[in-house]
Ligand binder design. Structure first.
Ligand code: SAM
Length: 540
């Protein structure tokens, strides 16, 4: 083995570096990574060999740092963040103040939502010689890190400008946030997510970015089976790609349920899901993935944007998306849910759709809570669940014993006058002494009747005086299933009919805003909430 570098070798290395730089500039990321890797190996070898001229090694160190940093940037373009971070760290071991590597590392950490670590990188870069020429860029990054760090601690989020401006461009970048919650054993099934403090309706609980997401444009039609299959395949490929690159994510996905023997599963600490909790950063593309388990996990935990308990904030809602979000995967189902989700780009925002008490389990409606018991049972089969919530128990026992409820169901099937059916149900509830939440359960289950009755002027003329006011029905339904966009829509339509519009500041309007916060969360100010209300009323 040569003890010094010959001029041919030097020339070869020079050419290799130039070629890598050219590929990098042309944004041919994979080829650039390969060529830099070759150069880095040669460089490392030559550095291990003594050289009579100390300047030679100094030069090689410099080239090595730049190559590692450029390779990191190329890797981050391919979203190979963990491997890119390893390159940055390697460069920073050689030169702790290497400006480009500090900036590159800061940008990658920002992408990974590790705000305070990113801030440290940009602050250190600011101390270097090259900072003066890049002041504006560095100040921009420092400000962004500080803002996101604050948002991720406080859970304050304001999408008002984006909404008011008509959802321009890409969805805004959001800060990840984990509110006052913990994962515990659940009486519902396996593990669940619980609040550790009282939470007001509309308050944020979680903001989290998808591990992977796949979307398709509907073009006004339903998705064909073929398109759904292609989407599902692409989605799985994306998840596999991600878990191969990130040991931490692989580990966390491995903790999710496959829908069986849930009571035997470990209860992970919620802190594991915080982005700043780096965990073990190691990338290993040859890692074996247990595909059978992964597919079962995706089957049980993937969420779609079109669920009844979800809203998608986007200009054109003509999209269908499927994704995997880690912490929300621990949220169980209830037919009396207390949380809803909002989709903004790849982010899932979970907020309380009712007031929550400290220690209460957070639940979503996996299936439509405004549907009758038999329909909910039918839908729950697809989720592999047998819901035993208070509502299902009450309705199960109640419906078995009351012939009149069956008659109402038959009346619905036969298309009988909806006002008359609402009247009959309300009268029966009085007779049976159904009170409080139980009244809400039944009204929610027969929502289709109520919405049709309150939505029809003709019906209200005939039955309006004999059935309860919409207000009372809305209150009892939201008391058990939390805010729901369909209930909100009916309430607003009635307000419009009465001439209230969405510009009023009266009590009725306050009620609409309260319900809107339960549906959309406290993510926008009043003016922008009016825009969301207009969208809600215009929706089919
Ligand atoms: C997204 S996971 C929810 C978290 C899960 N309990 C865990 O321990 O990881 C969905 C699975 O939880 C269980 N599950 C959720 N809600 C349920 C309910 N209301 N009744 C019975 N099982 C439920 C089912 O096994 C379902 O497939």
């Amino acid at each position: 083995m040569a003890t010094t570098t010959t001029s041919e070798e030097e020339e070869y290395m020079q050419n290799l570096r130039s070629k890598a730089t050219e590929l990098f500039i042309r944004e041919e990321w994979t080829n650039a990574i390969e060529t830099y890797s070759h150069f880095i190996t040669l460089c490392t070898h030559h550095l291990s060999v003594p050289h009579p001229n100390p300047l030679h090694h100094q030069k090689l160190h410099k080239s090595l740092c730049i190559s590692l940093c450029n390779r990191a940037e190329a890797k981050s373009k391919l979203r190979e963040f963990n491997s890119a971070l390893e390159d940055c760290d390697h460069a920073l071991q050689i030169d702790a103040t290497h400006f480009k590597s500090l900036v590159c590392k800061g940008k990658i950490l920002l992408c990974l939502n590790r705000y305070s670590m990113a801030l440290n990188c940009f602050k250190t870069a600011m101390l270097g010689n090259q900072a003066s020429g890049n002041c504006e860029m560095l100040v921009g990054f420092v400000e962004k890190c500080k803002k996101f760090e604050f948002l991720s601690r406080s859970g304050t989020m304001d999408l008002s400008d984006w909404v008011l401006n008509g959802f321009p461009g890409k969805a805004p970048e959001l800060a990840e946030f984990i509110g006052a919650v913990e994962i515990r054993k659940s009486e519902i099934s396996g593990r669940g997510v619980f609040t550790t403090k009282n939470v007001d309706a509309g308050s944020l609980i979680l903001v989290t970015k998808a591990v992977a997401m796949e979307r398709s444009i509907l073009g006004g039609k339903d998705l064909s089976e073929d398109t759904q299959l292609v989407m599902w395949k692409n989605f799985i490929d994306k998840v596999v790609d991600f878990v191969k690159k990130c040991h931490k994510t692989r580990n966390l996905i491995g903790k999710l349920s496959i829908g069986e023997n849930e009571d035997e599963l470990d209860v992970p600490d919620v802190d594991l899901f915080r982005p700043e909790n780096v965990g073990e950063v190691n990338s290993n593309e040859d890692v074996e993935i247990d595909m059978v388990k992964l597919l079962a996990i995706l089957d049980v935990n993937s969420l779609t944007e079109d669920a009844v308990s979800a809203n998608v904030l986007r200009k054109n809602n003509d999209c269908y998306g499927v994704g995997l979000w880690l912490l929300p995967s621990f949220v169980n189902h209830s037919c009396c849910p207390n949380a809803r989700r909002l989709h903004v780009g790849d982010y899932l925002i979970v907020h309380a759709s009712r007031d929550l008490k400290a220690g209460e389990e957070i639940t979503f409606a996996y299936l439509d809570p405004l549907s009758p018991l038999n329909k909910r049972k039918e839908l729950s089969v697809t989720w592999g669940i047998l819901c035993k919530c208070k509502r299902c128990k009450f309705e199960g026992e109640f419906l078995l014993s009351k012939q009149e409820v069956k008659e109402i169901e038959i009346g619905i099937e036969r298309g009988m006058d909806v006002g008359g059916l609402v009247y009959k149900l309300e009268e029966q509830m009085k007779r049976w002494k159904v009170r409080g939440k139980e009244k809400g359960y039944l009204r929610a289950s027969f929502w289709s009747l109520y919405s049709e009755a309150y939505g029809s002027e003709r019906c209200m003329k005939r039955w309006g005086r004999r059935i309860p006011a919409l207000d009372a029905v809305v209150d009892s339904i939201t008391d058990v299933v939390g805010g729901d966009h369909r209930v909100l829509k009916i309430l607003m339509e009635e307000l419009k009919r009465k001439g209230g519009g969405s510009g009023g500041g009266n009590l009725e309007m306050e009620k609409v805003f309260k319900l809107a916060r339960e549906v959309y969360g406290k993510v926008v100010k009043k003016q922008a909430m009016r825009t969301l209300l207009e969208l809600c009323i215009a929706a089919e």
